[in-house]
Ligand binder design. Structure first.
Ligand code: GLN
Length: 461
């Protein structure tokens, strides 16, 4: 028999439906792969007992004719999603002993659809970074070259997908954290329109930017997972009431007659397959249109001011009082200080200090307000572009994965690291990365078209 971990999520669903194998068998194969590839450090916490129990229950449901949309599919969950009874750390020492008493809405939806939890994947601490280098649990290795980083922050999920240590995985984006590691690990990643997925139970980094999403071996796999995770949630006031279409049935393999915009600011540096991709889109019958996005360059600065300002507020809750790690002190203030000094890593502390400044009386007027204004201009770039075209097309990350050594010396702060990713986070539009590193960005709520074009992009040989 072929190795069950070599099947895509979609193929696995088919095999399960045809009773070619059971969920317990697939899950066992993935658990074995996780053991073999443990040195990659893709998972922070593995949950084999939970997985086998869930797989058994899934097989029973299927036998009773009650199969859900992801029935029996073994998945990995980024350690930013709270999972009831399973340790959830955000890759931080401060949460290294945290066992949530509740489940995030999006993971609950996955389990309700029949998915099986294999464990929790590594990330940069509180999703702050592009390499997993800031994780308290150590860096994840890129499965394609173990001297290199997997990208981040959802690097554990991307590596787990690439190394076949799961059939699919969740990720989160605040400023590119799904598409970045998807590009570095050559897997597919999708971030839906802001508000499509509930943020309830997802550890907050920057609330106006945070978005749950998915990573898979193909866009079809991503579509199947994300359509399960989306939908209104009364527990998140920013979650949308819009209907959720069955995206995976809308991948009709054609872009004939579509208008695809190429933003000139997103092509300053391009990867090797760029020219070929442009020709491919033309051959598929799309009309390519040159687009100007004049405020792209500013997106990085705006992102850091806004995200750090919001992070300071969100991370104030980790005070050692109710949950998480506590470092004692002689007074209450000293306990707070000791806890936060020992609990947070350097990068997180740096961002909170800057964020405190950006939201202080002086910093607010000098930085936070101008950043919000610039954020509106960036949004106008998109509004204008989408008057002319259906989607935008570009590389996701035009550079190759840097080495772990380079990451330690600040490679993740390089100019071309996440320039093409951040503007779409600041504006909330849907965006994804195909498993060949190419990116598609769409109009607000038009997640379906983004997935459809990405699916075609993955047909490029
Ligand atoms: N790389 C960016 C950062 O360092 C984005 C992170 C994210 O999207 N969570 O913050």
């Amino acid at each position: 028999m072929t190795d069950l971990t070599d099947l895509t999520l979609s193929e696995t669903l088919k095999g399960l439906a045809e009773k070619a194998f059971s969920s317990v068998e697939v899950t066992t194969a993935y658990l074995k792969k996780m053991e073999e590839k443990r040195h990659l450090n893709a998972y922070i916490t593995e949950t084999p007992e939970v997985a086998l129990k869930m797989a058994e229950e899934s097989d029973n449901r299927r036998a009773n004719g009650q199969a859900g949309k992801l029935e029996g599919i073994p998945m990995a969950i980024k350690d930013m999603f709270c999972t009831k009874g399973i340790r959830t750390t955000a890759a931080s020492r401060i949460l290294s002993n945290f066992i949530p008493p509740f489940e995030s809405t999006t993971t609950q939806k996955l389990w309700d659809a029949g998915a099986v939890c294999l464990g929790k994947t590594n990330t940069d601490e509180f999703a702050m970074g592009s390499s997993t280098i800031t994780s308290y649990f150590g860096v994840t290795k890129n499965p394609h070259d173990e001297t290199r980083v997997p990208g981040g922050s959802s690097g554990g999920s991307a590596a787990a997908v690439a190394a076949h240590m799961c059939a699919g995985a969740t990720g989160t984006e605040t400023g590119g954290s799904i598409r970045h590691p998807a590009s570095f690990c050559q897997v597919s990643g999708f971030k839906p329109t802001y508000g499509r997925c509930s943020r309830y139970g997802v550890i907050a980094y920057a609330s106006s930017l945070d978005e749950p999403g998915v990573l898979g071996r193909s866009i079809e796999d991503c579509a199947r997972m994300i359509e399960v995770m989306m939908g209104h949630d009364p527990k998140d006031s920013t979650s949308s009431h819009r209907d959720v279409p069955a995206f995976h049935t809308m991948l009709d393999k054609t872009i004939k007659g579509m208008k695809i915009g190429i933003p000139k600011e997103y092509t300053e540096l391009v990867p090797d397959n760029w020219e070929k991709a442009i020709q491919f889109l033309k051959d598929e019958g799309a009309q390519l249109v040159d687009i100007d996005m004049p405020h792209t360059e500013e997106a990085g600065m705006v992102y850091y001011v806004v995200s750090q300002g919001e992070a300071t507020t969100n991370l104030a809750r980790y005070d050692g009082v109710r949950y998480g790690v506590r470092e004692e002190g002689k007074t209450l203030d000293e306990m707070y200080m000791n806890t936060r000094m020992a609990g947070f890593g350097q990068e997180v502390r740096n961002r909170m200090i800057l964020g405190t400044f950006f939201t202080s009386a002086k910093g607010y007027n000098d930085y936070f307000v101008p950043a919000q204004k610039m954020r509106s201009l960036i949004k106008q770039d998109f509004d204008r572009a989408f008057e002319k075209v259906d989607v935008l097309f570009s590389p996701a990350v035009p550079i190759k994965p840097f080495t772990i050594e380079e990451a330690k010396h600040g490679a993740a702060k390089g100019r071309f690291n996440d320039n093409y990713l951040m503007p779409s986070c600041l504006t909330g539009v849907p965006a994804g990365c195909a498993n060949n590193g190419l990116q598609v960005i769409g109009r607000m709520w038009d997640d379906a078209t983004v997935l459809k074009v990405l699916d075609v992009v993955e047909m490029m040989k």
